[in-house]
Design a binder for this molecule. Structure first.
Ligand SMILES: C[S@@+](CC[C@H](N)C(=O)[O-])C[C@H]1O[C@@H](n2cnc3c(N)ncnc32)[C@H](O)[C@@H]1O
Length: 250
C-alpha cells in the first residue's frame, strides 16, 4: 500500500473552544450517570454515537486502514477481490480502502452524519460503495444481502449492549458466505468511564461465534500507532485486539 494515501479526508473532528468541550463533557458524564437506568426505548449507545458525530467528538477516526486489513487485501495470500461488508463503517475509511482495491463494498452505520461524511469521502476517492443506514444486528431487515467473502468491523461490536450481541452474530453469519473472513477489532480492556457497555474478550469471541459456524483463526493485540486515532496510546491503554475468524459453513 502507498503509505501516503489516505481514505478519509472528511474526518469531521473539530477543534472546539474550552467551554464547548466542557459542556459536551458534561453531557457525556450525564449519560454516564444515567446509563444504568433503563428508560423505555432508549439505547444509550445510540445516543452517545449520535452525539459524538454531531459534536465532532469522534476520537476513533483515522485516515488509513489497519495493518491487518492491508495484509489481508494486499499480502502474498490475498484473495481476489470479492464482496465485502463494513459493519459500523463510520466515515468510511476501511470501506473506501477496500473499494479502491477492487472490492464491491456494502457499508452500514446507524448514524446519518457519519454516512454523509463517508459518502463525501468515497466520492472524493472516486469510488461508489453501497452505503446503508441501518442496524448491524438486523442486517437482513436493511437489505444487506448475503454471500460476503470479507467482513470488517472496526469498533462496532465492542460497544453493542450485551443483549444485542447474539443478534449481531446471527445477523453477520447470515450475511457471510462460506469460508468468509471476519476481521473484528475491539478493546479488550475498555475505558472504565466509557458512557456505554464496551469491550470484547477472546473467550467471548470464540464462544459466541463458534456457536454459529465460525472458527477463531487468530486473536492478537493490534497497534494503532500508525492509524492516527485521536486518543493517545488508546491501543495500549485499552488493549486494542484484532480477531480473525473464518466461516466454516453458511
Ligand atoms: C467506534 S466507531 C468506528 C467507526 C469506523 N468503523 C471507524 O473505524 O472509523 C463505531 C461505529 O459503529 C456504529 N454503530 C454502533 N452500533 C451500531 C449498530 N447497532 N448498527 C449500525 N452501526 C452501529 C457507530 O455509529 C459508529 O460509527
Amino acid at each position: 500500500m502507498d503509505g501516503a494515501e489516505n481514505y478519509g479526508t472528511d474526518l469531521n473532528i473539530r477543534r472546539y473552544p474550552q467551554w464547548v468541550v466542557a459542556t459536551a463533557g458534561g453531557v457525556l458524564i450525564g449519560l454516564l450517570l444515567l446509563r444504568r437506568r433503563t428508560l423505555p426505548g432508549v439505547r444509550w449507545y445510540r445516543v452517545v454515537y449520535w452525539l459524538a458525530y454531531r459534536l465532532g467528538l469522534t476520537v476513533w477516526q483515522r485516515r488509513t486502514p489497519p495493518a491487518e486489513l492491508v495484509a489481508l487485501v494486499e499480502g502474498p495470500s490475498a484473495p481476489p477481490p470479492g464482496h465485502a461488508l463494513d459493519l459500523g463503517c463510520g466515515t468510511g475509511t476501511d470501506t473506501i480502502y477496500l473499494a479502491t482495491h477492487g472490492w464491491k463494498v456494502t457499508a452500514i452505520d446507524m448514524v446519518p452524519k457519519a454516512l454523509a461524511s463517508a459518502r463525501r469521502n468515497a466520492s472524493a476517492a472516486g469510488v461508489a460503495p453501497r452505503f446503508i443506514e441501518g442496524d448491524v444486528t438486523r442486517l437482513r431487515d436493511f437489505g444487506v444481502g448475503d454471500g460476503y467473502t470479507l467482513v470488517v468491523d472496526f469498533g462496532c461490536f465492542h460497544t453493542l449492549p450485551e443483549d444485542r450481541r447474539l443478534a449481531y452474530v446471527s445477523s453477520v453469519s447470515q450475511a457471510a458466505g462460506p469460508r468468509a473472513t471476519l476481521l473484528l477489532y475491539g478493546f479488550s480492556r475498555p475505558p472504565k468511564a466509557a458512557p456505554m457497555h464496551a469491550g470484547v474478550t477472546v473467550d467471548e469471541v470464540r464462544h459466541r461465534f463458534s456457536q454459529d459456524g465460525w472458527e477463531l483463526v487468530s486473536a492478537e493485540r493490534a497497534s494503532a500507532a500508525t492509524l492516527g486515532i485521536g486518543v493517545r496510546r488508546a491501543d495500549e491503554r485499552f488493549e486494542l485486539s484484532v480477531f480473525q475468524l473464518e466461516r466454516l459453513s453458511s
